[in-house]
Design a protein around this ligand. Sequence first.
Ligand SMILES: NC(=O)c1ccc[n+]([C@@H]2O[C@H](COP(=O)([O-])OP(=O)(O)OC[C@H]3O[C@@H](n4cnc5c(N)ncnc54)[C@H](OP(=O)(O)O)[C@@H]3O)[C@@H](O)[C@H]2O)c1
Length: 268
Amino acid sequence: MMQDKHYQGKLIVLMGATGGIGQALAKRLAESGATLLLVARNVQRLALLQRTLPGQHHCCATDLTSAEGRAKIFSMIPPRQPLDSVIFTAGVNEFRWLEEQSPDTVSQLMMTNLTSVILLTQLILPAVKAHKAQLVYIGSTYGVIGYPGFSTYCASKFGLRGFAQALGRELGNEGVVVKYVAPRATDTSLNDAAIRQLLQQTGSHLDSPETVAQQVMLALRAKRNEWFIGWPEKLFVWLNQLFPSLVSRAIRKQWSTIRHCAETPRVV
Ligand SMILES: NC(=O)c1ccc[n+]([C@@H]2O[C@H](COP(=O)([O-])OP(=O)(O)OC[C@H]3O[C@@H](n4cnc5c(N)ncnc54)[C@H](OP(=O)(O)O)[C@@H]3O)[C@@H](O)[C@H]2O)c1
């Protein structure tokens, strides 16, 4: 991949940098010439990633869900280096019927995928406004389509989409662009054996993290605020908004398969 003049000397904050999608995106952004602030909890994985990337980058090993963690991320954004984008890629998933999810799991998922993202955005907003940087939220097709077994995950991603849309309109006159990028199923460790079984049995496509990273690179430079990845998911997104009962009917046909996969025992 070629260096891109646009990114020379600019900083991009990448949350969830060590994940499947995060790593593929970090590689692309680093190759384009951006300086990265790589954020995730696991310090060894961050250091390993940093070593494999071309260029000089910063690491911030911290937990997004704690106030101290968010303050640490904010403190590591250098005030003078031009800030191009903040990309929120960190996330967790849970595939179980709601009555089988523990209250702690529900709270933790909402905290990681939504609440802490909102709180961190609030904290860094002065820097984002000062640099007219863009905010990019990695959502999901499940941020538009409610799917059985993913009620909590869907709630977090629907919430994220609403947040991004409203914030984009709030900041529209201040030169800050807000984007929501929605991948479909992607081949990363976010998807456990039960989800993989479901994807296989429903004939769903699994994108590579590199394909998603390539799409995010396009979304970063595009004018569109919402960017959905993959056919026929894009069609289902559109259908679900206009004719949700049609999508409900299609999902009802898969119900037993989904229920069976959601009941698969997991190794904790
Ligand atoms: N994979 C898919 O099928 C798929 C489909 C649609 C959308 N997405 C979305 O794409 C994003 C990336 O997913 P992925 O597949 O790349 O997931 P992944 O491989 O599991 O990576 C998740 C990343 O988030 C970090 N993270 C998790 N909790 C954190 C916390 N509390 N504080 C700081 N960092 C945290 C992880 O690092 P540490 O564990 O070291 O903290 C890791 O870097 C997520 O928002 C996901 O919802 C994924």
